[in-house]
Ligand binder design. Structure first.
Ligand code: NAP
Length: 250
């Protein structure tokens, strides 16, 4: 049977997989949550917006005769990953996650680990600093309890509402970033501290290298827990998984 994929997107890996799937002449749809205003162009058809929970996703899988799901969401998109696991199990649709290993502290890194956004907010309950807050615009409001800091905000899209801090600077950029540029950026804004999610991968790593080079501390937000699942760490692994299933007639 020719595979008909649903790729749950939002990452550069999802875009790369879409290109490989299109190149191989397979069918598939790339799905975005709609968090960014201009998602990257895809060589496969795309859809935007939630499915309506597990039941909505089950209905989508049935209605569109999806044969395989690849969860290539951001490592912090835990709700979507949970929903995909439950919906695929219920509909008996094979699922694999295309994911990336978390970053691991290197010599010279000064990381304080916190379990979630609330932990990062608590860690900022201290006298005023100049903070690079790299958590995405969805989470800015959660930092309102600490308005004493200057915040450097680098966002993919402009904030929808004014950030809840009197002293901030917004930089709208999608990257890619280099560690040299991020070092210069941190120096220009006299940054004392960086707050980052442990996204893993290369796309967002420049600021971590820059902080290391400048001897700056990082509040590192650890990933949400996700139940054990089949995982791939490259597009090639996912393509091999698909052809293995196709060979077995799944
Ligand atoms: P989430 O909390 O896991 O998902 C919330 C809901 O959004 C899901 O239940 C689903 O709605 C919808 N959704 C998420 N991903 C989807 C996709 N690929 N296609 C269709 N619907 C999708 O994820 P999130 O709200 O996007 O973000 C959670 C964390 O990940 C945040 O910290 C965010 O900054 C980070 N993050 C996300 C993205 C991204 O592209 N999504 C990129 C970078 C960072 P229904 O239940 O209605 O189906």
């Amino acid at each position: 049977m020719t595979p008909n994929l649903l790729i749950l997107a939002g990452t550069t890996e999802a875009t790369a997989l879409g290109a490989a799937v299109a190149e191989a002449g397979l069918r598939g749809v790339v799905s975005f949550a709609g968090r960014v205003e201009r998602p990257k162009r895809q060589p496969l058809p795309q859809r935007i917006g939630g499915f309506g929970g597990v039941d909505g996703l089950r209905e989508y899988l049935r209605h569109n005769a999806v044969t395989h799901v690849v969860d290539a969401t951001h490592p912090f998109a835990a709700q979507m990953s949970r929903n995909a696991a439950l919906a695929c199990a219920a509909e008996n649709v094979p699922l694999i996650a295309l994911t990336r290993a978390p970053w691991v502290a290197q010599v010279g890194d000064q990381w304080t680990h916190v379990p979630d956004i609330a932990g990062a907010v608590a860690a900022l309950d201290r006298p005023a600093l100049r903070v690079m807050l790299a958590v995405g615009r969805m989470h800015l409001a959660e930092f309102a309890p600490n308005p004493q800091h200057f915040y450097l905000l680098r966002l993919v899209d402009p904030p929808q509402t004014p950030p809840p801090f009197p002293d901030h600077h917004v930089l709208v950029s999608r990257g890619p970033f280099t560690s040299a540029d991020d070092r210069a950026l941190m120096q220009d804004h006299a940054i004392d501290l960086v707050v980052s999610k442990n996204a893993g991968g290369t796309g967002a790593y420049a600021k971590i290298e820059a902080a290391r080079d400048l001897g700056l501390p990082v509040i590192m937000i650890d990933r949400p827990a996700i139940a054990a699942r089949a995982e791939a760490f490259s597009v090639a692994e996912v393509m091999a998984w698909l052809s293995h299933d196709a060979d077995r007639g799944v």
